[in-house]
Ligand binder design. Structure first.
Ligand SMILES: Cc1cc2nc3c(=O)[nH]c(=O)nc-3n(C[C@H](O)[C@H](O)[C@H](O)COP(=O)(O)OP(=O)(O)OC[C@H]3O[C@@H](n4cnc5c(N)ncnc54)[C@H](O)[C@@H]3O)c2cc1C
Length: 380
């Protein structure tokens, strides 16, 4: 009988739960170690594009419930609330928004169904290239494969010496979920996500269900008033008067925080790999950081298919990185580029967004990840 291969995963976020489930579904014995006392998704809502939806299908993760919002366009508006780009999605590209909790719970349930063991309150402090994880408790555990899915500060990445750069953007966001309905977005705003720009501030309006709207208030670190928590409703209403009725309803708020950009030398060292934000964290401008974490996680499991000799793991990991890294870095690059638009004067930005989004090549770059076919998935 073939030996059952064993994998240890640091981090039960979107990437960690995906790779764990996908390996377990391929016959691996998988244990996930999560630092938090309970599995908990930090943040509000999350966009899941076509590529992510296909991955959830492949994992059998039930995330998109009946009430989830399926938008048909990402509309861009200027400081006068005039449409500068209609942003209709091309055929075959779906986008769904759900609460982060729903995504995490759907992935957790899929992992448990696949037989993954999840240990909470287990802080990983490092990993070694010969397949060991070490814990804050002082113990060390070995396996055929170890995976760092431990987010932007990844101790696994750092202990393996893979980090090239971890920097913070000047831009960041405050986030809130409010009670609200589609009707409140006006007759022209229904069925859409709406991104509004005003000077160096942005307001992203994202319906989550029939009765909940996720708001992201984005501004530069230097904008002290914009960054303030609790939300300075008067200041944000002055920037986006058309949305005063939504801004006024903000109560509980996630405070302003910048975005991380992570670049690494390689995605693996020996029998240890890193995935998701640990390997390629990016600003959320394309709404694909979580999608990419799941995409590289599922692909890693596919690259392990048919493995008989654990000594082949380093070579399989190299092949996995060669097949996935270019797309992940494309996503990171274009997400960073998109953020640059926020510092342009209003009139210039309106032209740039309008012309850019109507240029088929540029639009294709922004949608490339959504239109990609993740390894391990089938077209619907
Ligand atoms: C404002 C904002 C909006 C975003 N919007 C979107 C969006 O709409 N769509 C999208 O796809 N992406 C979005 N993203 C990006 C997305 O959140 C991340 O890319 C995604 O969470 C990365 O998943 P991950 O599993 O790699 O890391 P994480 O989600 O960070 O998970 C890492 C896990 O590891 C655990 N951990 C950390 N350290 C340790 C340790 N030492 N030991 C054990 N466990 C540890 C953490 O507690 C956590 O559970 C957004 C990001 C931000 C900041």
């Amino acid at each position: 009988m073939a030996k059952v291969l064993k994998a240890l995963v640091a981090g039960a976020g979107f990437g960690g739960l995906t790779v764990a489930t996908a390996l377990a579904q391929r016959g691996w014995q998988v244990t996930v170690y999560e630092r938090q006392a309970q599995l908990r998704a930090s943040g509000s809502g999350i966009y899941i594009w076509e590529n992510g939806l296909r991955i959830l299908d492949a994992l059998g993760a039930r995330v998109v419930h009946d009430g989830a919002f399926h938008g048909r366009a990402m509309e861009q508006r200027d400081h006068l609330n005039q449409v500068i780009d209609a942003g209709d999605f091309p055929p075959g590209v779906r986008l769904v928004t759900v609460a982060r909790r729903d995504l995490l719970e759907g992935l957790r349930d899929a992992a448990l169904r696949a037989g993954v063991h999840i240990h909470t309150a287990a802080e990983v402090v490092g990993a070694s290239a010969d397949g060991e994880l070490s814990f804050a408790s002082g113990i060390t555990e070995g396996a055929d494969l170890v995976i760092g899915a431990d987010g932007v500060w990844s101790p696994v990445r750092r202990s393996l010496g893979l980090e090239l750069l971890h920097e913070h953007t000047r831009e960041g966001a405050l986030r809130a979920i409010i009670a609200g309905s589609q009707e409140e977005l006006g007759v022209d705003g229904q069925g859409k996500y709406i991104e509004c720009w005003s000077a160096e501030r942005r307001l992203l309006i994202t319906p989550l269900t029939q009765s909940q709207i996720y708001l992201a208030f984005t501004c530069q670190r230097s904008d002290r008033i914009g960054c303030a928590a609790p939300l300075d409703k008067a200041a944000w209403t002055a920037s986006f008067p058309a949305w005063a009725h939504l801004i006024d309803r903000v109560d509980t708020l996630l405070p302003w925080s910048p975005y991380s950009i992570v670049k690494v030398k390689r995605w693996s060292a020996g029998r240890a790999a890193i995935i998701g934000d640990a390997a390629h964290a990016q600003p959320p401008n394309l709404g694909q950081g979580g999608g990419m974490a799941m995409q590289s996680g599922l692909a890693l499991a596919v690259f392990m298919e048919g493995l008989e000799d654990p000594r082949d793991i380093p070579q399989r990991l190299h092949a996995w990185e060669s097949s996935q890294r270019e797309l992940a870095e494309h996503c990171q690059r274009w997400s960073c580029l998109y953020g640059e638009v926020s510092v342009l004067p209003d009139a210039v930005r309106a032209k740039v967004v309008h012309q850019g989004m109507n240029d088929p090549w540029l639009r294709g770059q922004f949608l490339r990840v959504a239109q990609s076919q993740p390894l391990g998935t089938v077209a619907p």
